[in-house]
Write a protein that binds this ligand. Structure first.
Ligand code: V1S
Ligand code: CA
Ligand code: ZN
Length: 384
């Protein structure tokens, strides 16, 4: 649609969610304490936010949460004083314990993604980023895997009001189980997840054989990967499988979940991706020039996650790889954030985050060919 592109080039600014309150609230949760605030302050100190329009976040209402979540779950997550039995039933224990401010947190995570989705739909932006979002395990009636609300499903549902066909790409280390399940029967949302797949590895779903159901047949694409998945394999799989689906499906909009737990330095120690390896995926997706929503996700090495999302934010602002690698750690970061870079000698880029670690990539040519041939066959059955 040319009129859309004209607007984009005139405005020339992608949108981004940076919000002092959201950053504080989204930083307070148990699994990634302090991460959102670190990402925001790095972006601001590097002045990358200046290439963007900052988007006001409207916290989601209970009614908006109920477009996906059950009334029972929304009540449990928003109201205090639930019984142990209810908390257990709603998954609000173990991986997802309740914490002070959970109600505000849930509303802001969902609200930030919904605000980005609406901003995209206004037609003023081709791409919006919400690093606070990407909670892909949240189930209709239960919290799961550090996800108390599924902003991804809510965002896609919102975007569906305007975009006929949405392609969801999930490069987080974990399977995007709840997003895939929500759209299992739909041909209007194509869910592609790259994930580590092994016995006992969370969440345990995402087998190659699962490909959608009923009208949604072939609209679920699982790419289960082995240990040591590195930049070269990522490039190959992106080109042969992800782009293959994109070309065949011709989506009207794209949602990219850029979890950083596949980085070589993540505490999961499963994959061997570098910051530019992952960040350059964003450039490829942005080059499709479709309305694109970019979300965060996992990432447990907070400084390297902040580096990768900084790299990706710079990519979306049009910077080349060389320009990004010339960026230096800003000295005007607050003391609290600056000290987190101490072990790396206060540098933004280092050998490990630029190149990964020495690790065998168990995704050998034979295994990748098997994945590729299965997906090529299914891609052939997809109709645009
Ligand atoms: N992998 C993993 C992992 N680690 C933990 C964990 C570690 C320390 C704690 F104090 C509490 C929990 N839980 C898990 C996984 C959930 C991973 C979620 C990933 C989220 C994302 O990166 O995709 C971003 C949205 N949970 C499990 O493995 C489940 C258990 C099976 C083991 C852990 N116990 C606490 C619950 C049950
Ligand atoms: Ca994934
Ligand atoms: Zn993950």
């Amino acid at each position: 649609d040319t009129s859309f592109e004209t607007v984009q080039y005139t405005v020339g600014m992608p949108g981004i969610c940076i919000h002092p309150l959201a950053s504080k609230v989204c930083s307070g949760r148990p699994s990634n304490e302090g991460r959102a605030a670190l990402v925001d302050s790095l972006l601001v100190a590097l002045q990358l936010h200046k290439s963007y329009k900052l988007i006001p976040i409207t916290p989601a209402t209970a009614a908006e949460l109920q477009r996906y979540h059950s009334l029972e779950y929304v009540s449990a997550v928003l109201k205090k004083g639930q019984s142990e039995k209810t908390l257990d039933k709603m998954g609000l224990i173990h991986d997802c314990p309740i914490f002070p401010g959970l109600d505000a947190y849930v509303k802001l995570v969902a609200g930030s993604t919904l605000s980005c989705a609406r901003q995209l739909m206004s037609g003023q932006h081709q791409l919006c980023i919400n690093w606070y979002g990407g909670r892909h395990h949240g189930k209709r009636s239960a919290a799961s895997g550090f996800c108390y609300v599924n902003d991804v499903v809510l965002g896609i549902q919102e975007m569906r009001k305007q975009y006929q066909k949405i392609m969801y790409i999930d490069v987080d280390l974990h399977h995007g189980d709840a997003v895939s399940a929500a759209f299992l029967h739909s041909k209007n949302v194509l869910c592609v997840s790259l994930h580590h797949y092994d016995t006992g590895f969370f969440p345990g779903t995402g087998a190659l054989s699962d490909c959608g159901s009923g009208p949604g047949e072939y609209h679920t694409a699982n790419v289960p990967l082995r240990k040591g998945f590195g930049d070269q394999s990522l490039d190959r799989v992106f080109h042969s499988i992800v782009e293959g689906y994109y070309e065949a499906y011709q989506p009207t909009a794209v949602v990219l979940l850029l979890g950083c737990d596949g980085l070589a330095t993540d505490e999961h120690k499963k994959w061997n991706l570098s910051v530019p390896g992952l960040g350059e995926i964003v450039r490829k997706v942005a080059s499709w020039k479709k309305p694109t929503l970019v979300l965060g996700g996992g990432g447990y090495n907070h400084t390297d996650t902040a580096r990768c999302w900084t790299y990706s934010t710079a990519v979306c602002s049009g910077m080349t790889k060389e320009e990004i690698l010339a960026l230096e750690l800003p000295s005007k970061l607050s003391e609290k954030h600056l000290v987190q870079f101490e072990t790396d000698g206060y540098t933004l880029w280092n050998d490990e985050n630029l190149r990964g670690r020495t690790m065998v990539d168990e995704n050998d040519d034979e295994y990748l060919k098997e994945l590729e041939s299965t997906h090529q066959e299914r891609i052939g059955k997809l109709r645009p």
